[in-house]
Design a protein around this ligand. Structure first.
Ligand code: EPZ
Length: 418
């Protein structure tokens, strides 16, 4: 089994570059299903989740051609409307093909995306919205089918929760729907803005992305487009936390500070020097951190995908910090692993109470999910001694070239096959 071996205690110095956003690339690749001519996406990161979504749409008949970091998707003919279980099981975001398939082919059959370590991950809001657009939903044992043989009709849709995936699926489903669709209480994440930008460049008519009310006017057809995806704000935030914990002076290139306002604000509250400019964000830290409370919320609140990494930081901050997780029901799997490194954390339902310790101690730990893995890498970089991180498949889903990038700022980290 492959592991990361991290020798902690070295301050981090230098420049580290952020790749394109995983959570924008995935819906945008699903959206290429809507175009009757080829689309090309530039600078696509080499992530397991990207490979999976490419396998899913290739299984639907899309010609996927890679040219370095650029990938061309030719969806001129869609030969299937079913996403196979073994692919959907690998990544629940595969469910994002349901909206475009329903729009383009009038039917879709998707294996039920399982839950995962952080929660049950239901899809009720997606299905309720598809029905509001006129689709008939049939629930099977382990699959869900949506049909709209006469096409979809625009409607007013209120999302009980500003679900990112549901907002994206509905936007894609509504692109060809007759008339106007309005999504109220829509998610406002930057990844949704990027999806709408891509779809509008293909000929869609979407307004309001990035706010809680999104309007979609149905059009007849979409043509392929060329698109560069926004930078990954969570990858960027992870490197900011790593530098804050290990200490040093690190410039995170290609990070958009307007997408990281709550993370930057909380880093400053913790006593970290943060300088933002048009090309990126610099962190200067002596490793002395102040206790800081966070509460995760839908965008523009503090991102749930940064909760584990920030909690890792509070474990060595002076004083008591409270971490509240309001988005997912079980996103504290990293607590047990951090405790193996000497962290002092008490959990009560969705609240974690962290008492800072002088220093974490290197240990053998396991990534239970993607962001837990990221948090453990940050912790290992600051800990005394050697940390071994296992279950790297989780980390490979969301961080491309992590070891190379961290070595580039002086981290003592290697990937070995034990
Ligand atoms: C997206 O997941 C991201 N994934 C997640 O990132 C991120 O944590 C999440 O949004 C929240 O920001 C991708 O974009 C591929 P949601 P998604 O639907 O769309 C409940 C990472 O680490 N809900 O906004 O699945 C759900 O149970 C991953 O990169 C329903 O109840 O998130 C959860 O509690 C992890 N019914 C909450 O909403 C539904 O039909 C937020 O889920 C849908 C969601």
């Amino acid at each position: 089994m492959e592991k990361l071996i991290i020798q902690g205690g070295t301050p981090l110095e230098g420049r580290i570059r952020v790749s394109s956003a995983k959570n924008a690339v995935l819906p945008i690749i699903a959206a290429t299903l809507l175009a009757s001519t080829p689309s090309t996406l530039l600078e696509i990161p080499d992530l397991e989740d990207v490979h999976t979504i490419c396998d899913v749409i290739a299984s639907l008949g899309v010609k996927v051609t890679k040219d370095g970091d650029n990938i061309t998707f030719d969806a001129s003919t869609i030969s299937a409307v079913e996403a196979p279980y073994d692919l959907v099981r690998r990544m629940r975001a595969s469910f994002l093909v349901m909206g475009p398939l329903l729009a383009r082919k009038g039917e879709a059959r998707i294996a039920l995306p399982g839950g995962c370590a952080i929660g049950s991950r239901p899809i009720d809001l997606h299905l309720k919205a598809f029905e509001a657009l006129g689709a008939t939903i049939t629930m099977g044992e382990d699959f869900v089918e949506a049909k709209a043989p006469e096409g979809l009709k625009g409607n007013l849709i209120y999302l009980d929760f500003p679900s990112v995936g549901a907002t994206e699926n509905v936007i894609m489903a509504a692109t060809f729907a007759e008339g106007k669709t309005i999504i109220e209480n829509a998610a406002e994440e930057p990844e949704i803005v990027d999806l709408a930008t891509f779809l509008n460049s293909m000929g869609a008519n979407i307004r309001g992305a990035g706010t809680d009310v999104i309007r979609i006017e149905g059009v007849k057809e979409l043509k392929g487009a060329v698109h560069t995806v926004i930078p990954d704000r969570i990858e960027a935030g992870t490197y900011l936390i790593a530098a804050a914990m290990a200490g040093g002076n690190v410039y995170v290139e290609n990070a958009l500070s307007e997408h990281l306002k709550p993370v930057v604000a909380k880093l400053k509250e913790a006593g970290v020097t943060v300088e933002e400019d048009i090309d990126g964000i610099r962190v200067i830290s002596d490793g002395n951190l102040k206790a800081t409370d966070i509460k995760t919320l839908p965008y523009p609140g503090f991102p749930t995908d940064m909760q584990a990494q920030f909690m890792a930081m509070t474990t060595i901050a002076k004083g008591k910090s409270t971490v509240m997780e309001t988005v997912f029901e079980n996103r504290f799997m990293h607590v047990g692993e951090l405790q193996k490194m000497g962290a002092s954390i008490e959990v009560d339902d969705r609240k974690a109470f962290v008492t800072g310790v002088d220093q974490l101690v290197g240990a053998e730990v396991e990534a239970t999910d993607l962001r837990c893995g990221a948090a453990l890498v940050c912790a290992g970089l600051a800990a005394k001694g050697v940390t071994k991180v296992g279950q790297l498949t989780h980390i490979d889903r969301g961080y491309d070239n992590l070891v190379t990038k961290l070595k580039g700022i002086g981290a003592n980290i290697v990937r070995v096959d034990e």
